[in-house]
Design a protein around this ligand. Sequence first.
Ligand code: BES
Ligand code: MN
Ligand code: ZN
Length: 492
Amino acid sequence: MSIAVTLAGGDPAALRAALLAVPLAAGAALPRSLARLDRATGGALGRAIAERDFRGARDETFVAYTKGRGPERVMLVGAGAGELTTASLGRAATLVGRKANGMGVGRVAFWCASGKKADVEQTVISVLLGAWEYRELKAKPSAAERRRPLESVVVAVSKVGADARAGLAAGKAIADGQAIARKLAMMPGNLCTPEFIAATAQDVAKRHGLKCTVRGRKEMQALGMNTFLAVAQGTPQDPKFITIEYKSGTGAPVCLVGKGLCFDTGGISIKPADRMEWMKFDMCGAAGVIGAMEAIARMKLKVNVVGLIGSTTNMPSGTAINPGDVVKSLCGKTVEIINTDAEGRLVLADVLTYAAREYKPRVIVDAATLTGAVVVALGSNATGVMANTQDVADELLAAGKRAGEPGWQLPQWAEYKEQLKSDVADLKNIGGRGGGTITAGLFLSEFVEGVAWGHLDIAGTAYTETDLGIIGRGPTGVPVRTFVEFARARQS
Ligand code: BES
Ligand code: MN
Ligand code: ZN
């Protein structure tokens, strides 16, 4: 959040920066507008392209030093085959953010020739996405080891206009929203507790004058949120049900709902120890809601949006729920809890019902690290998208595409519902081995009381266990931008 981002116009050869990055499509010549810059490098840029040292392949880079008063270094960044698009520009900018931060140059400029709103916005979000890191729990490096973290980003355009300014403001708002979400996600479970999530939501609300309500175990008992409480009954920490209301525009609100499991051990159906530590990321849906509320409020979107979060931990203990137990949800349906590790849907069930009843929304969209099955099906490159109407599914797919957070739709056919039938209750909380992501979605759909609803299973996309090249291991910022794009398109 502390990286300053500004705009600069004119010849980039005159820019003061430690590093100026120039994105180029595969096989593209150096644009004529950069002739002075090329001369400042003694012609190194033009030669690198002519000699094919630099071909413009995706993620390829070439660095040259300069003489004179302008940028100290120039980095050509490959954007891959085809025309330079907003998306390929973004990928190049993310790589630049990561490299500039790693190099310790402190001040980086990125050449965004068009100055178009979408391109400037994309550049800002992308550079900050690449530069983000979480160092707060590490010792300060010694003076000898210390490198300068990225301190400022200059988006260099041919001419600064209203378009570029608007892109800068929106880009910063979204990038800051993503940074909030990623920090929450990366923080370990002993620090990022339900209480901490609530405090973060309250902080966002306070800074933007939004109404934020936090309910604990007692208040949820009074409401009858029993499937949520069934998950929380094994933990001594107070579970938190959080609502944040952003009001602007007319009509019924859009509700954004997030799963906020600060740690998921599985409960009595306990998970294997190996890699269980990754379950600190089981609150990425909640983090996405908070990050989106930050961005939406900053952007002053003309739409009413309510964020709702169900936050707790899932623990095995003497008070924990047992397999086979039956609980009655807020909407009145009874659920047989076959597997206590299918806890996200139990938390969300009551939150979805609350959203539907309390806010009478136009649409509800939830995001949850809900199933391991979606990671098997789609890996880490696509979010699982499900909905109870095709319109909402299409809207979410389009929003994800614009956001650079692509989704892929999975069916919600009634045939799969058979798998959720219980001998003793209205529903079981798991649907067996096949189609685990689909049956989890169908389970949720039982609790939305007929409201138009969409669901993002972000278990594979919200964080990455392996370095993705441009983004390192850890949280990716998904689904903040998808939420923002969804809300943007719903403006009145
Ligand atoms: N939080 C997990 C889903 C998950 C698994 C996210 C792996 C990221 C990586 C969820 O609560 C869970 O445990 N789901 C179970 C459901 C099963 C018991 C039906 C799963 O996917 O194994
Ligand atoms: Mn689980
Ligand atoms: Zn979980």
